[in-house]
Design a binder for this molecule. Sequence first.
Ligand SMILES: [Zn+2]
Length: 408
Amino acid sequence: MEYSIELHPWDLAEEGVEQTLATVVGLGARCMSLTASWPGRAVLRPRAAAQRMYFPERAAVYFRPEESRWKDSPLKPFPSELVMIEDYFETLPLRAQREGLSVEARVVFLPYVPPPGAPPKRLMPGQAKPFPVEKLYVRNAFGDRLPGYLCPAHEEVRRYFIDLVSDVTRHAVSSVALESFGYPLFDFGSMPGSAVLAAAPAAQFLMGVCFCESCTARGEAMHIDISPLAWRVRNFLERVLSGEGAPVPPLTESPDGLGEIDELLPAYLRLRNDIVGTLVRDLRAALRKDVRVVSVPGSRFPAAQAWREGGEVARLAAGSNVIRLQGNTPDTGALVLDITRARERAGGRAGIGLKLSPGPPHAPTYETFAEKVAVARDLGLESLAFSGLGELAHAHLKWIARAAEGGP
Ligand SMILES: [Zn+2]
């Protein structure tokens, strides 16, 4: 079983390449999963010598995009300022190879933010109108757009995703890890005003389900009459939002449970697995053969929940070499069950890997962490990825080396 560890370019910039490589080798890892695209979430760096908190640019990429590729594209990657100093995708793979390490490009796809440089307010004669990016964002049953959350049903979004991943794999990377590339699982729970949805997970989920032009067209091509379906979903949500205690079906392991809202809703939701599954398959076909595709579902229990993001494991397996599951649950029994089922659904087409973070809240003691590592080993998983090198406390970093050696 191969071990890999996630790594951000800002950690490399501060720690230096030599020191970082020595740390990674000391952990027993064979692969570094280097951030190629990051949503902009701020990061706390417990061991940092200088900057303990890092606030990355929103939705930036950490490699120099190939200019000719993006000239006529309506969506364009926005390179971080860090890339102006050094593009680690150019320099790191060769240096890492000498230490027996490979480099993976970690692409956290959404959200998208148009590169800075506001479009002109008044167009000059002959000047093309700026592309209306907001038309590509997820639009829910009420018509609300979720800014930055590109819907994967649009051709422009699919092209952009494939071009972005192809661009970074020009470099000598051995694999790409894909995150948040399907339908976004938008967290409404933390939004002020969302208390009325707190006890209704199905309603929270449906608040983010897309009914944009492209999803509608794809649904209608499958003979699903979208207009009455969207009307019933809206109606259901309005009853929940009224706070009058409307009955809410449970959010189960398949979309079938939502059939009581509208009998065509399960088929519409299943269609999203086709849209996302074929996106990964098309990406696979576009990439160099020797680059491995690692799909990382956002759901905590992908075998049971990933249909919500259109990432049903069986469909992802058709275009992926590895499905990397989230191991972030304190319940090892539930984790084993999900691994077993994910493996059944992948049906041997893709290997199963696991992503783990040492330390609280999901592995509060070394024993709980070592137990999960042992599970991965005993079940013969393909690989184990550990969360961000720069995000780990010193004590938890030591756990990785100890567990990787099979220490008690
Ligand atoms: Zn859509």
